[in-house]
Design a protein around this ligand. Structure first.
Ligand SMILES: [Zn+2]
Ligand SMILES: [Zn+2]
Length: 441
């Protein structure tokens, strides 16, 4: 596993979680690319797999169960497949994509490298171990469609590599993995989306990262900032990171008013600033589909509208906050960050005894979680009340952007690359003051 803060001098291997215990999955099938491609270790027993093509695994009370050649293996705790040739791969089915989000679905993934199928608290834990550069070839295109211009693929690869090596978040260390395969960390679907362009993108940037004052940047990124980038401290910890600033996602010289001022935010979200690199003028949204990865729902990213009924929203508040909400009286956008994302959301509601109560939700992530059962695209929203009485019937969210909006804006970076900006220019735009450098060959 990677060590935080350490700058590697040679290419490291990383461990990616493919099926996690919280998926609560008990069955998976492994299809081997070629029968003699793997050496298989079952707990402490090792043998060659020439006789096997596909193996269905089932988790039972005392361990895993599977059959090879009519022979049944029971109470197994871990199976490790080690490739004996480079082109070997294992297809696993099913695997969840979009784990915590509204686009959740089951897919099958084709994995290079070592595959470990094990159990953790009576559910499957599947891990893929592979060299970092090979992982990055797969990540760049899993995140963005293969039709993207090379500068975008390169910038995305450098950002993904930097984020991996800065390794600040460490969300899953208890499971013995560096990252998971989903948007919680970085979306990775094995070889499914590998293309010549993504291979080229990783090879031409091999070992290259962005650094700030000698440390690898914790290079966060999201799909669309909505026209202005958010700062690190408004979204996560209070300590600012100087390379994530509240800047317009536009060519230099274009100013944007202070969007933490409510009336500026109103005007901003309800308009479509043409100059923005991520705007639908720079990258038409019908064209976007050929660049955006296959797993997302179709949608508008720069400016969008979502409606929700009072009943659905009340139920969501009961579930997410454990509040005794009968109906919502008002949603108040009380404090915003520089990209218009919410820092403070006030919720006024009636409880089941018809008493008026109030609660406050802090930060973008929590606001998105409570505003919609399927996690709202962005918290840069204007909230419109529909209905004439004291209790609104519905709420309409007019929104800007998709995701947290800090660091690289992927659609903006696409806009820049389509306009002819280079990889270095894209990185300098989204991570101001950073240095672009190769740390291993
Ligand atoms: Zn994760
Ligand atoms: Zn943007």
């Amino acid at each position: 596993m990677l060590k935080p803060g350490l700058i590697p001098r040679q290419e490291p291997s990383i461990r990616v979680g493919i099926v996690l215990p919280n998926d609560e999955q008990k069955k998976i099938t492994a299809f081997l690319s070629n029968m003699c491609d793997y050496e298989m270790a079952v707990d402490t027993l090792t043998f060659s797999t020439c006789e096997v093509a596909s193996i269905p695994f089932t988790v039972e009370e005392k361990g895993m169960l599977f059959q090879i050649d009519g022979k049944q293996y029971e109470r197994v705790h871990k199976v490790v497949f080690r490739p004996t040739r480079e082109s070997a791969h294992i297809t696993l089915d099913p695997v969840i994509s979009g784990r915590e989000f509204h686009w959740r679905k089951h897919i099958s993934v084709r994995l290079p490298g070592i595959v470990e199928i094990g159990i953790y608290e009576n559910f499957l834990l599947v891990i893929n171990e592979l060299p970092l550069e090979q992982y990055l070839m797969c990540v760049a295109t899993s995140e963005m469609g293969a039709a993207c211009p090379p500068a975008l693929i390169e910038a995305q690869t450098v950002v993904a590599r930097s984020w991996m090596l800065a390794n600040v978040e460490q969300k899953h260390t208890a499971l013995g993995i560096d990252v998971c395969n989903d948007d919680c960390c970085q979306r990775y679907q094995g070889l499914n989306n590998l293309t010549d362009v993504s291979i080229k993108g990783a090879k031409s940037t091999r070992g290259k990262v962005i650094l700030y004052e000698g440390r690898i940047c914790d290079a966060r990124y999201s799909k669309s900032c909505g026209g202005k980038m958010e700062t690190f401290e408004n979204l996560w910890e209070d300590t600012p990171l100087p390379y994530m600033q509240n800047l317009p996602d536009m060519p230099e010289g274009n100013g944007v008013p202070d969007l933490s001022v409510e009336k500026n935010a109103q005007k901003w979200i309800m308009s479509t600033p043409k100059e923005a690199f991520c705007s639908s003028h720079t990258v038409p949204e019908d064209k976007l589909k050929q660049y955006i990865g296959a797993c997302d729902e179709e949608g508008e990213y720069f400016r969008w509208t979502v409606e929700i009924s009072n009943e659905t929203l009340s139920a969501n508040l009961r579930e997410k906050l454990g509040l005794d909400v009968k109906a919502i009286l008002d949603l108040q956008t009380r404090k915003r960050g520089g990209s218009a994302r919410l820092l403070e959301l006030g919720i006024v509601y009636l409880d089941f005894e018809d008493k008026k109560k109030e609660t406050v939700v802090y930060k973008d992530y929590n606001a998105r979680l409570v505003l919609h059962p399927k996690f709202l695209f962005s918290s840069a929203v204007i909230i419109e009340r529909i209905g004439s009485g004291k209790i609104p019937r519905r709420f309409v969210y007019h929104g800007a952007g998709w995701g947290h909006g800090a660091g690289m804006c992927q659609i903006g970076a696409l806009g820049m690359s389509l306009k002819g900006y280079t990889t270095e220019e894209i990185l300098a735009h989204y991570y101001p003051g950073s240095e672009y450098k190769q740390i291993y060959k």
